[in-house]
Design a protein around this ligand. Structure first.
Ligand code: SF4
Length: 242
């Protein structure tokens, strides 16, 4: 299978002040904090990862991991899931939520793989996003994690953190991806996305960021949003903030 590296698109939007200086600091600090960047989804093949990422919408990876063993025991190949009955799949994945749409998405994605890709998951963004149920975020996770092709997946955590860290001022995931990829080398795209997701779950939690525990507090322009700072805790603001 041919693996192709994508080039970042030419970016014309203006980045927030200091974004270029902050980006390498964020990359290195998060690398130290989360040296083993990985997805918490459990999978045994690119197809299983693709199914798991689709199922992970609006739920936790733990929840997805609780249904996929039964799903892949019942349907062990792309062809078997492609031919599965909708209601049978729904019953297995029910607890991940949105089970009608998710069951349809993983069945139709598998049908597309059988019909157009000989049952194999393609390793190119332009092919992945033509599969039903597969968007750019899902494709970037699969590219980065399953194939080692640099991909910066933008989910809700990545959107929130890149904006709080003022690496972008965009709100559209595609524009966020373009902005970050314009100031971070391709070799860091996959790891940075995975680490931002971990940091967003553990420290920079939506609406209650733990800035006093955050390794980025001295360079983060939004550190003052940390309302949970304990009394007497010191905070440092770096020259790159702003
Ligand atoms: S300093 Fe606070 S707002 Fe900034 S990334 Fe860390 S937890 Fe989030």
């Amino acid at each position: 299978m041919t693996v192709q590296r994508r080039s970042p698109k030419v970016r014309r939007r203006r980045l927030p002040a200091g974004a270029r200086e902050r980006a390498p600091i964020v990359v290195e600090r998060l690398k130290l904090e989360y040296p083993d960047a990985h997805t918490e989804l459990e999978f045994g093949s690119p197809w299983q990862l693709l199914v798991s990422v689709i199922l992970s919408a609006q739920t936790t990876d733990v929840n997805v991991n609780s249904v996929t063993p039964a799903l892949f025991a019942r349907y062990s190949t792309v062809e078997e899931l492609a031919a599965a009955r909708q209601e049978d799949v729904e019953e297995i994945i029910h607890r991940t939520g949105f089970f009608h749409a998710k069951a349809r998405a993983i069945r139709e994605m598998s049908q597309d793989l059988v019909l157009r890709h000989n049952g194999e998951v393609p390793a190119r963004m332009e092919d992945l996003v033509t599969l039903r149920g597969v968007g750019r975020k899902t494709a970037n996770v699969v590219l980065g994690v399953a194939f080692g092709v640099p991909g910066f997946a933008v989910d809700t955590h990545v959107t929130r953190l890149t904006r709080l860290l003022r690496l972008t001022s965009a709100t559209d995931p595609v524009k966020i991806e373009e902005d970050v990829c314009s100031i971070v080398p391709p070799s860091e795209w996959t790891g940075l996305s995975l680490r931002l997701i971990l940091h967003g779950r553990r420290v920079c939690i939506a609406n209650k960021p733990r800035c006093h525990q955050c390794v980025l507090a001295d360079v983060c322009p939004s550190a003052e949003l940390g309302l949970t700072k304990p009394p007497g805790a010191a905070r440092h603001r770096g020259a790159t903030a702003g």
